[in-house]
Design a protein around this ligand. Sequence first.
Ligand SMILES: [Zn+2]
Length: 79
Amino acid sequence: MSYNKSYKIGRMGVGVGLFLVLLGLAIEIDFICYIGLIMVIGSALLEAIFYRCPNCNESLSIRGKRPKHCPGCGYKLDD
Ligand SMILES: [Zn+2]
């Protein structure tokens, strides 16, 4: 899996997962909260594992803004 793809899937999964948690809380159905939590954790893990520099394998920050360049080797990252 490419680092770009893992970033997009990770971000989307966290967003959808958080939405499900809030939805589950709002309508008071625990089951939906659990699905949301699993999605959030799974997506964060996926991003942590696959969102790495393709050049030096440095883990790219999953907090804040996307880096334009690898913090480890300066490799230019695509959008
Ligand atoms: Zn690098």
